[in-house]
Ligand binder design. Structure first.
Ligand code: BG6
Length: 469
């Protein structure tokens, strides 16, 4: 292929998560997950039990329509599809000793369908869907016992699917744990918030569990490649002052520590300093230290936006819409949900991660959440989503730049390749897909699927291996 920086074999595709698409929240023995009691997403109050206003209970009914959806992905030419396995389909409460066969069978059907179309699976083991029982009875990841439950779950998946799935991710956006403890770590949030000591202990438990999963994969699925997954966000100094540069470094450290541990196998000095200064003493066993040395094969990440940082409290104007804090950047435009759009930031992140970790990178989420209007063009229902095409095109051009810089990138899976329920706001009107799903925020809609204009655009990008960008 001429005129493209994308290497042969670059994996093009899309990404979803079980809790945002499957629906069928209690079908075939599935237990409840934290998502089933989060009708308003991250910031809204949780419910005691699943309530009908929670769009995730039905999602986009992918549980029953997966074959149709995967056929549409194949039509775009996907070489890879990232999806997550719902932990509570496999271990409904999370602490059982035997898995739920019906849950495993569902993912077997998904893999069969992907096989049929020659699409490589990329599986997230835990994507914001901790079994609710583990949250309520154990305090989620604050409890060391979760390492063992996760280990059993991961082993079950590797034993069952390890020969069919090459690429695995241990925890979605593991660095969101301190910022969204209930969604990310199944940690119930008392009034006044979760004490930092417990949050950092939970982070340690997840890091150990992630490393143990990698160790198990090496034993039972030696062909498998295991990656970590972090939420990436380049941080710019609000001014050229050295103090702002230090504020950036410290904020960066808060995110980079996860990749550092996953790639180097131990806690970095700056993190130990943070703990010391906060007066936090973690319970870390010798076994934990040994486990952490099982480092990943690749690093994957999501990328939506960048933020700025300042040391000056008077200039701290919080950026909107993201869970990681940070300051609004006056040079950038934002999406309707306040996420600041910055294609160049993707090149920066790719270079930063590559320079720092020297591990192959996988962009497993990127996209624009926007309101779409279904219209009729030439007798076909569609969405003329030129704004989405522009966003994705600009970002992919920057991936090309990073490839020219010498960064090793395995692939790109755009987020929500079919419209799904949003994680932060639990809306369906925040759409990312190439495929429109007829379902509205009030739960009405036929659930029919329609190809948007971006569907054909992405098919061209894939067909030309990026030459059409
Ligand atoms: C990532 C998550 O943070 O961002 C996804 O891994 C999520 O689950 C995506 O859907 C986009 O966020 P939102 O809130 O627009 O759905």
């Amino acid at each position: 292929m001429t005129n493209t920086p994308f290497p042969d074999g670059f994996l093009w595709g899309g990404a979803t998560a079980a809790n945002q698409i499957e629906g069928a929240y209690d079908a075939d023995g599935k237990g409840l997950s934290v998502q089933d009691v989060m009708p308003r997403g991250i910031s809204g109050p949780r419910s005691e039990t699943p309530t009908p206003d929670n769009l995730k209970l039905v999602g986009i009914d992918h549980y029953h329509r997966y074959a149709e959806d995967i056929a549409l992905f194949a039509e775009m030419g996907f070489g890879v599809y990232r999806f997550s396995i719902a932990w509570s389909r496999i271990f409904p409460k999370g602490d059982e000793t035997e898995p739920n066969e019906a849950g495993l069978a569902f993912y077997e059907r998904i893999l069969d369908e992907l096989d049929k179309h020659g699409i490589e699976p990329l599986v997230t083991i835990s994507h914001y869907e901790t079994p609710l029982h583990l949250a309520e009875q154990y305090g989620g990841w604050t409890n060391r016992e979760l390492i063992g439950f996760y280990e059993r779950y991961a082993r079950t998946l590797f034993e069952r699917f390890g020969s069919r799935v090459k690429y695995w991710l241990t925890f979605n956006e593991i660095n969101s744990l301190l910022h969204a403890p209930f969604m990310s770590g199944g940690i119930p949030i008392p009034e006044g918030g979760v004490p930092e000591q417990q949050l950092y202990q939970a982070m340690h438990h997840e890091l150990v569990a992630s490393a143990r999963a990698t160790r198990i994969a090496r034993e039972v699925a030696p062909e498998a490649k295991v990656g970590c997954m972090v939420l990436s966000m380049p941080i710019y100094p609000l001014t050229p002052s050295p103090d702002d540069a230090v504020a950036v470094m410290e904020a960066d450290h808060g995110n980079l520590v996860y990749g550092d541990v996953h790639t180097r196998g131990a806690y970095p000095g700056y993190f130990l300093r943070t703990l010391r200064e906060k007066g936090i003493e973690l319970d870390i066993t010798d076994q934990d230290r040994d486990d952490l040395t099982n480092t990943v094969d690749f690093v994957s990440f999501s990328y939506y936006m960048s933020i700025a940082e300042t040391a000056d409290p008077a200039k701290k104007v919080a950026g909107e819409g993201n869970i990681m804090g940070g300051v609004s950047n006056p040079t950038l435009e934002a999406s309707e949900w306040g996420w600041q759009i910055d294609p160049v930031g993707l090149r920066l992140v790719l270079n930063q991660f590559w320079d720092r970790w020297q591990k192959p990178l996988f962009i497993v989420e990127n996209g624009l959440g926007a309101r779409d209007q279904l219209v009729e063009v030439d007798g076909e229902k569609t969405v003329v989503d030129d704004y989405r095409i522009a966003y994705l095109n600009d970002h992919l051009v920057q991936v090309g730049e990073a490839l020219e810089d010498g960064v090793e990138v395995l692939g790109y899976t755009s987020w929500g390749c079919i419209d799904i329920v949003s994680a932060s706001t639990a809306q369906l009107s925040k759409r990312y897909g190439f495929i429109y799903v007829d379902r509205n925020d009030d739960g009405t809609g036929s659930l029919d699927r329609y190809r948007k204009k971006s569907f054909g655009w992405y098919a061209d990008v894939i067909r030309s291996n990026g030459a059409s960008l």
